[in-house]
Design a protein around this ligand. Structure first.
Ligand code: NAI
Length: 398
């Protein structure tokens, strides 16, 4: 068994969300146990207490620890002996519920893994940032694309200057599943995502542009300065944007664009990024995540494969690989890399060792604040006909 360092035991996980018919909760659990360093022992799997209980057998969680609500779960878990109670809570519920759940979990003393966007609005995100500091807890945000080995490879290549000065970044995330008004046909993932009371001030921009923006920030380390955005509702009757683009000026002079769509026929999860530096350029696409193209004028285009044994791989990229090259690694493994690195810190915390809450390989609460700031400023800019607004925020890190 993987020992989690000096902790010498598995970590104990509770899941919120992921009930029958839900999407991402199941992915979290699969990823969380992939390295045999944690077990799912408890959950409040649904907003319906009956559905929460009914979901427990799917996860092999005993009915006694399948709770009817988050409050009940936190109170009962806190009352358990230290060698039984959970170590962390994963929040995989619709956006408007992230803040109260994460806040309560932190106040109960637990670490948190929270899905994106971090909260309903920026003010909640800033409050959570303060709470995390105060609590001393580990807080990871599943901007899961940062877990791909070649994304981490690119981050280190850029940090070490291999591409020279970064001058331009183009990122997009293009989907087509909301081309029709699925929300009016009772499709639950569509229903809450297009409801301003549950999704937040943005639709498509909060759901997926925020991933593309986060990826650009993670890979380049560029700090943003200003943004001008245009968000649009193309599907008649929809309450939130289903398409949009943002133009970004970074501090130091680099330029960026983020485009997101949920109405492009036939497009699935086409998250793409291309970065131009003075010494080289690279591009990566999440639908083919095991290759990255690196280009230098006068040289043949290089295909960097995800190959832990290849000389082109750097430490950060190699450490994120599990399999030899040619055996595809993808969504689950990348998700699991967020967990794996967060576990290192959870184990340190549990063993009373020091760790950084904000200088982490995985996205943390500060990156969640950055994402919420991006959403808020894009919505505000769009409402002012694309006015240039500040995109800098004190919580941002490279
Ligand atoms: P979903 O609608 O499929 O599932 C939500 C689940 O949360 C349901 O089981 C629902 O009953 C439960 N729930 C709602 N309120 C609850 C409460 N108060 N207590 C306990 N359970 C509650 O939604 P989906 O697609 O799984 O999205 C959930 C979150 O994950 C969203 O914030 C979304 O933005 C994010 N997400 C992230 C992805 C990623 O790649 N990182 C991909 C998909 C979603």
């Amino acid at each position: 068994m993987a020992t989690n360092g000096s902790l010498n035991r598995k970590l104990r996980m509770a899941l919120v969300g992921g009930g029958l018919g839900a999407f991402i909760g199941r992915v979290h659990v699969t990823a969380a146990v992939l390295d045999n360093r944690a077990s799912l022992v408890a959950g409040a799997f649904s907003s319906s207490p009956e559905k929460s209980k009914a979901s427990a057998p799917d996860y092999d969680v005993p009915l006694t620890r399948a709770y009817g609500s988050v409050d009940e779960m936190l109170a009962k878990e806190r009352a358990l002996p230290a060698d039984q109670r959970i170590d962390f809570v994963t929040v995989a519920t619709p956006n408007h519920t992230h803040f109260p759940i994460a806040k309560a979990a932190l106040e109960a003393g637990f670490n948190v893994v929270c899905d994106k966007p971090l909260t309903f609005d920026l003010a909640q995100a800033e409050q959570l940032h303060e709470l995390v500091k105060k609590s001393g807890a580990v807080f990871a945000v599943t901007h899961n694309y940062t877990g791909y080995p070649l994304v981490r490879q690119a981050r280190q290549m850029i940090q070490s200057g291999e591409l020279g000065e970064i001058q331009a970044v183009r990122a997009f995330y293009i989907q087509g599943w909301l081309r029709s008004r699925l929300e009016s046909e009772g499709q639950k993932q569509a229903a809450w995502r297009t409801d301003p009371a549950k999704s937040g001030s943005a639709g498509c921009f909060g759901d997926i542009a925020t991933h593309a923006y986060n990826l650009a920030r993670y890979m380049t380390g560029l700090l943003p300065d200003r943004v001008s955005a245009n968000l649009k509702v193309f599907e008649p009757g929809r309450a939130l944007d289903d398409y949009g683009h943002a133009v970004i000026r970074f501090q130091g002079g680099a330029l960026g664009t983020v485009t997101a769509s949920q109405i492009s026929h036939g497009r699935e999860n086409d998250l793409f990024i291309e970065i131009d530096g003075t010494k080289g350029a690279l591009s990566w696409r999440q639908e083919e995540p095991n290759v990255m193209v690196v280009r230098r004028n006068g040289h043949p285009h290089a295909l960097y494969t995800r190959d832990p044994n290849a000389p082109h791989m750097n430490d950060l990229g190699r450490a994120a690989c599990r399999l030899p090259s040619g055996h595809p690694e993808a969504f689950f493994e990348a998700f699991a890399n967020i967990y794996r690195c967060a576990y290192d810190d959870m184990a340190r915390r549990a063993a009373g060792e020091s760790f950084s809450q904000f200088d982490t390989v995985y996205p943390n609460v500060a990156d969640g604040v950055d994402g919420m700031n991006f959403i808020q400023q894009c919505v505000a800019s769009s409402a002012q006909d694309g006015a240039w607004l500040s995109l800098a925020h004190p919580a941002q890190r490279r």
